[in-house]
Design a protein around this ligand. Structure first.
Ligand code: AMP
Length: 396
């Protein structure tokens, strides 16, 4: 396997699978450019001596051309970030892409149009992958967020570059950092899992039960646990069909010596609204008509104590409706405690869209050890599954 840091790109065209799946507003301005910024080091490394052909998906165009989901909206911002003019091909395959790729000189950047304008991308079509591959000499996969999918541009394409395929810097550092949580773990390892639903996190929870010392459950999903234990949860979010599953989690936790922590108190509201009337109460004593939207002060302090006693922390999902200022306190305090612990040498990995958003809201992005870019990919990697996009580079 080749490594990006010592590969000689001189006069080579590198086809880089990036993740430019960025949101735009009604004026087509990018509202969060984190993913584009993350890809810059890999692109710049290539551009020192070679040329870069970038390919990505954006949104879910389902195999149809869509103006809204075009990558043309990314061109000018990418040019600014790179300090280089970016040429756009009006399609990802075909004559225009071929001509523009053929004429590309060292130091130049070509951006191909959205890969998912073709159904073949998600189907992992071999001919489609071959056409993309024909544009370049080297293949780099730097899209960790789609590494768990065997798509044409993330996996199938690698076979056309048997000796010239490698990870970009993002995937390299994702693997290195996630391994610090799942492989070379410094203990105690604490996972804080929040967010709305047990159902969407159940696989990660089950998997974490074989790895962590402490598992903290917060957010909307905590109420399914409280309900399963016979508590009164008023109108709080709950998944009634998951009560058995939750009881099973308790059993596995006990068997595996995992300490499971739930909030003991919470902030309740009389409606799902920032301006609702609020009060604090025990988490299993919520009056009818009220709903729990944040963890309470006692719980926050308990969780901070656990954070302070840990050597490794994984955080996935907010512990309250942090988007509303009335219910953000718990999430904010935990984010600050994680940043403080990191300063003292704890390894903290933040993964999953909403905890990343929370860390960024409180300006703590530089104060945690690592922020993973891959939602589903991160979870599958942590589950111990082999990700096709990673295997395709590792295997000959
Ligand atoms: P997820 O995508 O599953 O990580 O869920 C994140 C979402 O969970 C955020 O938008 C939060 O507002 C929401 N959330 C957190 N706590 C609660 C709660 N107690 N009730 C309802 N939603 C919540």
């Amino acid at each position: 396997m080749q490594q990006i840091s010592n590969y000689d790109f001189t006069n080579k065209k590198a086809l880089i699978r990036v993740d430019f799946n960025v949101p735009v507003n009604d004026q087509f301005e990018i509202t969060d450019d984190t993913r584009i910024r993350a890809a810059i080091p890999t692109i710049k490394k290539v551009l020192k001596t070679g040329s870069a052909i970038l390919m990505s998906h954006r949104g879910r165009p389902k195999g149809e051309h869509s103006d809204k989901l075009s990558l043309k909206h990314v061109v000018s911002h990418l040019s600014v970030l790179l300090g280089v003019k970016v040429i756009l091909a009006d399609d990802c395959i075909g004559e225009d892409a071929k001509n523009k790729a053929a004429n590309l000189k060292s130091g130049e950047v070509l951006l191909l149009e959205n890969l998912r304008f073709y159904k073949e991308e998600k189907k992992g079509d071999e001919n489609f992958a071959k056409e993309l591959a024909s544009l370049a000499d080297v293949y780099i996969n730097d899209a960790f967020g789609t590494a768990h999918r065997a798509h044409a541009s993330t996996t199938i394409i690698a076979k056309f570059f048997p000796n010239d395929k490698m990870f970009g810097y993002i995937i390299e550092s994702e693997i290195k950092n996630i391994d610090k949580v799942v492989k070379d773990t410094k203990r105690p390892l604490t996972a804080i899992i929040g967010g709305s639903k047990v159902s969407s996190k159940i696989t990660i929870i089950e998997n974490l039960l074989t790895k962590v010392d402490n598992l903290i459950i917060g957010g909307g999903m905590a109420y399914t646990f409280v309900k399963a234990n016979g508590g009164k949860i008023g109108s709080s979010m709950v998944e009634l069909d998951k009560l058995d599953l939750v009881l099973n989690i308790y059993e596995i936790a006990e068997k595996n010596n995992v300490k499971l922590f739930l909030p003991i108190d919470n902030i309740i509201a009389d409606k799902f609204d920032n301006d609702a009337n609020t009060q604090s109460c025990d988490i299993d004593q919520i009056p009818d008509g009220w709903l729990g939207l944040d963890i309470g002060e006692k719980s926050t302090q308990n969780f901070i104590n656990i954070i302070n006693d840990s050597k490794t922390i994984l955080w996935n999902g907010p512990v309250g409706v942090f988007e509303m200022s009335s219910f953000e306190k718990g999430t904010k305090k935990l984010a600050e405690a994680i940043a403080e612990a990191t300063k003292k040498g704890v390894f903290s990995l933040i993964g999953g869209g909403d905890s990343v958003a929370a860390i960024s809201k409180y300006n703590l992005t530089d104060k945690v050890s690592y922020i993973s870019t891959g939602g589903g990919a991160l979870l599958e990697y942590m589950e111990g599954k082999k990700l096709p996009g990673i295997e395709a580079i590792l295997n000959d």
